[in-house]
Structure formats: structure tokens, C-alpha cells
Design a binder for this molecule. Structure first.
Ligand code: COA
Length: 173
């Protein structure tokens, strides 16, 4: 596929997934789109990981254009978070900012595979960060994210900051 067409395909599909994520989470507007990504501050280092459905091959043997079925967006944010002691601490953790898998393929392991890719990408790109799920701050976690984190990573007993970020025991401030 020519690069221009591929870029357009990714733009359209990511924008659609971002809109669906907002609906699924009850947000008033999408927080993920190509234009938002392009206008985000470079210091936030926002990164999108896309999950691709199985590539279909047509009868003439050509691969069909890829179809994306989910995404995960992460970045760094300067946050004020409360410790258990009540102390307010400024920190700049890696944050899970948006995470969505198409309804028709949810609960089939796509989310886990995106999350594992996220952890491994963080460890490759940022050697100073230990990529453990408890070292991540979770932006506005949804009711589906809590069971997801409990099932796959044993995370329970979160603390929710007034700004909507959840952290779990083991988080380093
Ligand atoms: C959260 C989400 C990304 C997980 O993706 P996924 O592909 O379904 O995840 P996996 O298949 O790897 O893991 C499945 C586990 O996630 C949790 N989960 C997923 N969907 C759930 C649901 N409808 N109700 C409760 N738990 C759910 C469960 O722990 C589930 O395990 P189970 O099926 O054995 O109960 C996906 O459910 C989603 O897109 N939800 C809507 C958007 C959203 O809430 N995003 C989180 C933003 S913070």
C-alpha cells in the first residue's frame, strides 16, 4: 500500500477507535485522535500502540489493508498525588492514558497483548523506568479496567487522586 494511503487508513481507524473509546468510557469527547496526538506537548511523549486484526489475504494472494481492533495510549504526566500518609507529592510517572479494544473482540486477550507490548516498549525506550504495572498511573480508570488489572496483574486496592489518576500499592512516588 502506498505510504499516503496507509497514513490515511491509520488516521481514519485510530480516530474511529478513539471515538468509540470515549463512548465506551462515557467521556464527553474523544481524548485520542491523530490531531490530538500531533498537538500534544513533546515532553509528554505520548505513544500509541495499535492492535491489528488478522491480516486477510484475497483470492489473488494480496494482503488486504490492515484493520485495527484496539489501541493503548501512554505518556508521561507531571502529577500531584497523595501518599497514604496524606502527603502531597509531585511526580512524573508513566501514565496509561487511553485503552480500548473493539467490542466484538473484547475478552479474547487483545487487551492483555496490548498491555504486554506497552510494558516491553517502555522497558526498551526508557531504561530508567521499571515497567511493572504497579509503577504506572492510570488516568480515569473505567469499571472494566479494574477487573482487567486484577485478573492479569493482581492489582487491587487502588488510590484515586482528585485529578482522576489511580495508583496501586507498590507505586513509587
Ligand atoms: C478494558 C479493555 C481494554 C480490556 O480489553 P480486553 O481485550 O477485553 O482484555 P483481555 O481479553 O486481555 O482481558 C479480559 C479481562 O478484562 C476484564 N474485562 C474485560 N471486559 C470486561 C467486562 N465487560 N466486564 C468486566 N470485566 C471485563 C476481565 O477481567 C476480563 O477477564 P474475564 O473475561 O475472564 O472476566 C476492554 O474491555 C475495553 O476496551 N473496554 C472499554 C474501554 C475501557 O473501559 N477502557 C479502559 C480505559 S481506562
Amino acid at each position: 500500500m502506498p505510504p499516503g494511503e496507509e497514513r490515511e487508513l491509520i488516521t481514519n481507524q485510530l480516530d474511529a477507535l478513539g471515538a468509540a473509546s470515549a463512548v465506551a468510557q462515557g467521556l464527553r469527547a474523544a481524548i485520542t485522535s491523530i490531531s490530538k496526538l500531533q498537538s500534544s506537548p513533546a515532553s509528554d511523549e505520548n505513544v500509541i500502540i495499535l492492535a491489528i486484526s488478522d491480516v486477510e489475504v484475497s483470492s489473488d494472494g494480496k494482503a488486504q489493508p490492515p484493520c485495527y481492533c484496539g489501541f493503548l495510549k501512554y505518556g508521561f504526566k507531571s502529577l500531584y498525588l497523595h501518599k497514604k500518609s496524606g502527603e502531597l507529592v509531585q511526580c512524573r510517572p508513566i501514565c496509561l492514558l487511553d485503552f480500548y479494544v473493539d467490542e466484538c473482540v473484547q475478552r479474547q486477550g487483545v487487551g492483555k497483548s496490548l498491555f504486554e507490548h506497552f510494558l516491553s516498549l517502555v522497558s526498551t525506550r526508557h531504561h530508567d523506568h521499571v515497567p511493572s504495572p504497579q509503577h504506572i498511573a492510570y488516568d480515569r480508570p473505567s469499571p472494566k479496567l479494574y477487573p482487567f488489572l486484577k485478573k492479569h496483574y493482581g492489582l487491587v486496592n487502588h488510590d484515586l487522586s482528585p485529578y482522576g489518576f489511580a495508583v496501586f500499592p507498590g507505586f513509587t512516588f
